[in-house]
Ligand binder design. Structure first.
Ligand SMILES: Cc1ncc(COP(=O)(O)O)c(C=O)c1O
Length: 428
């Protein structure tokens, strides 16, 4: 049998850092990355046949767990009918209709292939309709890997210590104002100075790329008011939170009207997809209806669309999110209590089917600076020990974790028993 270690050595020879996305590297936690073979339900299996209860969830898409039979069937049927035609299919139209019906503020949708494409498109659209160039983003928020967003970015950029990427032209970076998350006053002050230059404010309505930071009650409403006052567009990046914190996403949950919403992950049921949606007034500026260019050979591909539609069928069922949230809360409460019992400072947060935890003595986490102060060394030990116990979290203290609808009580209890063992040994 070829071990994960041997596969990893082969990967290092032919893939930069041995991975196709930096968040998959184990550099931040030590040890060799596990090479995966398969996933079923709430578990994943590595190439050596070891099983793990999985809280990575494909970094968000796997809300129904892995290889859900209905999604597999829908994708198989779509594959048998052809992989794409360079023309519109009825399924794409149905998916767009479903998104418009579910997500408030969305009247029209453009499908693309990734969350990065979605945010890139949303910003170009905002620039096109306002005739302005600058954008405000927030520290620790990640909006994909397009140039304008790689300024104090979260997720893998934060984990690898390169939140400001090399290779981004200074002229591009200069058009991005980066402010502290949850700091409405800073946004207000910036608008007062540069309001006439600002095309858009882009925000993760729940920050899920610097662990998990919830918006303070006045933060999103302040952004909405300021955008209205200065004629900028509010882009809510719901690539992670869309269909994750509730069926209609975080904006709906917090009662915020976005001008543009970006989606990804769950909307493709685990296959590559992204989407931008919004008011028809803005969306009709996209080509060919309007003059803001955007395109994609594989956009709206039948397999991803079929997976998305099958996933939407499940998550639209009543009680889906109530049950998902209960599971998340059960795990998070259990972790908090277990840590406290062992005198470990663990700060947890959760919403819908996503959660986060940081080893820190900070009492309330609201900003990137606070997140960065967490104890990453302890996280690394926790991560490795949990893996030994058959529980998989993302290999970074700065990633959120994800619950699926198919995690059952036995798996959550097993996770908590593993936490008990690991926390009891951590202080040593
Ligand atoms: C909030 C947010 N926006 C955008 C992206 C980029 O999406 P993708 O990785 O599909 O390009 C991500 C990815 O994690 C994300 O979490």
């Amino acid at each position: 049998m070829t071990t994960s270690k041997q596969w990893h050595q082969r990967a290092m020879a032919v893939m930069p850092g041995g991975v196709n996305s930096p968040v998959r590297s184990f550099d931040a936690v030590g040890g060799e990355p596990i090479i995966m073979a398969s996933g079923y339900g709430a578990c994943v299996r590595d190439i050596e046949g070891n099983d793990y209860i999985d809280y990575v969830g494909q970094y968000g898409p796997a809300i129904l767990g892995h290889a859900h039979p209905d999604v597999v069937e829908a994708v198989s049927a779509a594959a048998r009918a052809g992989f794409g035609f360079g023309a519109t299919t009825s399924a794409e139209i149905e998916l767009a209709e479903r998104v418009c019906a579910i997500v408030p503020s969305v009247e029209k949708v453009r499908l693309c292939n990734s969350g990065t494409e979605a945010t890139m498109t949303a910003l170009r659209l905002a620039r096109g309709v306002t005739g302005r160039d600058a954008v405000i983003k927030f520290e620790g928020c990640y909006h994909g890997h397009a140039d304008p967003f790689l300024v104090k970015a979260g997720s893998g950029a934060l984990t690898t210590g390169t939140p400001n990427s090399a290779g981004v032209p200074e002229a591009v970076g200069n058009l991005t104002y980066c402010l502290p998350y949850n700091d409405g006053e800073a946004v207000s002050a910036l608008f007062a100075r540069h309001g006439e230059q600002i095309a858009a404010v882009i925000v993760e309505p729940v920050a899920g790329n610097m662990n998990l930071v919830l918006p303070q009650p006045d933060f999103l409403p302040t952004l909405r008011c300021l955008c209205d006052e200065y004629g900028a567009l509010l882009i809510c990046d719901e690539v992670m939170t869309g269909f994750r914190v509730g069926l209609a996403g975080a904006c709906a949950r917090f009662g915020i009207r976005a001008d543009l919403i970006t989606l990804g992950k769950i909307i493709g049921g685990g296959l590559p997809i992204g989407a931008v949606g919004g008011n028809a007034q803005w969306m009709d500026h996209l080509s060919p209806a309007g003059s803001v260019y955007q395109a994609g050979t594989l956009s709206g591909n039948p397999l991803a669309v079929a997976a998305g539609l099958a996933t939407l069928d499940h998550i639209s069922r009543s009680e889906f999110y109530a049950t998902l949230e209960q599971k998340t809360q059960k795990l998070v409460h259990g972790m908090t209590q277990t840590a406290a019992a062992h005198g470990i400072n663990l700060k947890t947060s959760a919403i819908g089917g996503m959660f986060g935890f940081l080893f820190t003595d900070c009492s309330a986490i609201t900003s990137y600076d606070q997140v960065k102060q967490c104890d990453v060394a302890t996280f690394g030990r926790f991560f490795s020990a949990m893996l030994d116990q058959g529980v998989m979290f993302a290999p970074s203290a700065f990633e959120a974790a994800f619950m699926s609808s198919v995690h059952d009580d036995a798996q959550i209890d097993a996770t908590l028993r593993a936490c008990e063992m690991v926390f009891s040994a951590l202080p040593d």
